[in-house]
Design a protein around this ligand. Structure first.
Ligand code: GLY
Ligand code: MN
Ligand code: MN
Length: 440
């Protein structure tokens, strides 16, 4: 793997340098400075929150645990890494830089955070400084200029070959752990123990994962971001929804599967229908496909399933127009994926910024752009039985269009979500998740 990354990295770096050159020209700056970030203590305590590196920093190099470090880049020059290795016997000191990327940087090792200042460009007002406010070091205060950030965020949507290689690995790691989690579910384990099986297989700590695992048995599947972990197994585990990913050098996978216990055949039938629909949506991840249109298309298809399986008794069109479909599918079809699980620029109009609004009535959609090769998106349709939304539906004008005995019988399963990570290419979409399951 590291041979492949070593081979792909120089082109990745060239692309980042080209993008930085263009971004600086647009913003009228001479240097790009990126703060990795700093540790932040919890209120009235001396324990820091888990460190989350600035995504702009890990874009340049596969280093995610280097608080107090900086990158400084000046067009035409080798980028510089100012790397903090504190003299500290209380904590782990970040390892000396090593690997395929090191030769591409001028590396300055510092031992005190404040010493970074001496290595940054002399004229700080000529710098676009990207980072959190609290990363400020003396006069080196992050200014995060819009013109620079908008351009960089727009370009970040187009993954380099190096990044796609990273994302493939992140998917493989996540799928390996999903298989372990399914086995734990089939063995009757609790949510807590399923999560432990996942962590053992993914070989990452919870802080290293790209987001908090969602491990939901039965009705818990109806809580979209359920992150409790019941210690005791339920008397009967009828269904299992798992939304969990993995990180590889700061790149994320975001994967959801839903399983029915063997006797729950009626629920399996609904899972199969959502699964078939999901594969159809993945097939539409192609150049020129507008994502908001795909989301609305998904509503029509899912409403069709609800009608075919006799949950609702109005047409798919009627269900979408009236908002009935949103009671069962109340989130977006997906979002850009990359260095962040919900990656940047999902609504951006062009490289200068701007916003493409969501279609009315779809407040949770995170992606409204038109797909192009090298974009990576999730495709994650769902059908849920959420008490709060069903109560609203029952109190509304379309209550009589719902087959309540059937809907009520499905509440105990919680819901279904099936989520794959998909690369838009010049031809067939590349399904990172299904490829990884096929190989597992
Ligand atoms: N895991 C969060 C999401 O699917 O967006
Ligand atoms: Mn997702
Ligand atoms: Mn997810």
């Amino acid at each position: 793997m590291s041979d492949l990354l070593a081979k792909l990295y120089p082109q990745h770096l060239r692309t980042l340098r080209d993008r930085a050159d263009a971004a600086l020209a647009r913003g009228g700056f001479d240097h790009l400075v990126v703060a990795a970030g700093v540790l932040r203590d919890q209120f009235l305590d001396d324990r820091p929150y888990p460190f989350a590196v600035n995504p702009h920093f890990k874009h340049w190099l596969p280093v995610t645990k280097a608080p107090g470090s900086w990158i400084a880049y000046t067009p035409g020059q080798k980028p510089k890494l100012i790397y903090l290795q504190p003299r500290d016997y209380w904590h782990v000191v970040p390892e000396a830089p090593a690997g395929y990327w090191v030769e591409h940087f001028d590396v300055a090792i510092i031992h005190e955070a404040r010493d970074a200042l001496a290595h940054l460009p002399k004229s700080l007002p000529r710098c676009a400084i990207i980072g959190e406010d609290i990363a400020a070091l003396g006069e080196a205060k992050p200014n995060n200029p819009d013109r620079v950030l908008n351009y960089l965020h727009w370009q970040r949507s187009y993954k380099t070959d190096y990044e796609l290689a990273m994302l493939r690995v992140a998917s493989k790691l996540g799928v390996r752990a999903h298989c372990a989690a399914e086995a734990a579910f089939r063995a009757g384990k609790s949510e807590y123990d399923i999560n432990t099986a996942y962590l053992n297989a993914v070989h990452e700590t919870e802080n290293e994962l790209p987001y908090g695992n969602i491990i939901a048995l039965n009705q818990h599947g109806a809580i979209l971001h359920y992150t409790d972990l019941n210690r005791a197994p339920p008397a009967h585990a009828d269904s299992f929804l798992i939304d969990a990913g993995a990180s590889f050098h700061g790149y994320a996978s975001d994967i959801t599967r839903t399983y029915a216990a063997t006797p729950a055949r009626e629920f399996q039938e609904l899972i199969d229908a959502v699964d078939a629909a999901q594969r159809g949506f993945v097939q539409r991840v192609r150049r020129g496909q507008n994502y908001a249109d795909l989301h609305v298309h998904a509503h029509h298809v899912l409403a069709g399933i609800l009608r075919e399986q006799d949950f609702i008794r109005l047409s798919a069109e009627g269900a979408v127009e009236s908002g009935v479909s949103s009671a069962f599918f109340p989130h977006g079809l997906g979002h850009p994926l990359g260095l962040q699980v919900h990656d940047v620029a999902g609504f951006q109009k062009d490289e200068s910024g701007g916003t493409i609004p969501r279609p009315p009535g779809h407040p949770y959609l995170r992606f409204t752009r038109t797909l192009e090769p090298r974009m990576v998106t999730t495709i994650e349709p769902g059908i849920y039985f959420i008490d709060m939304l069903l109560a609203r539906l029952k109190a509304g004008p379309h209550a009589q269009d719902v087959n309540w005995p059937k809907v009520d019988a499905f509440r105990r399963y919680g819901g279904i979500r099936i989520e794959d990570d998909v690369v838009c290419t010049e031809g067939e979409p590349e399904n990172l998740t299904r490829d990884a399951f096929a190989a597992a």
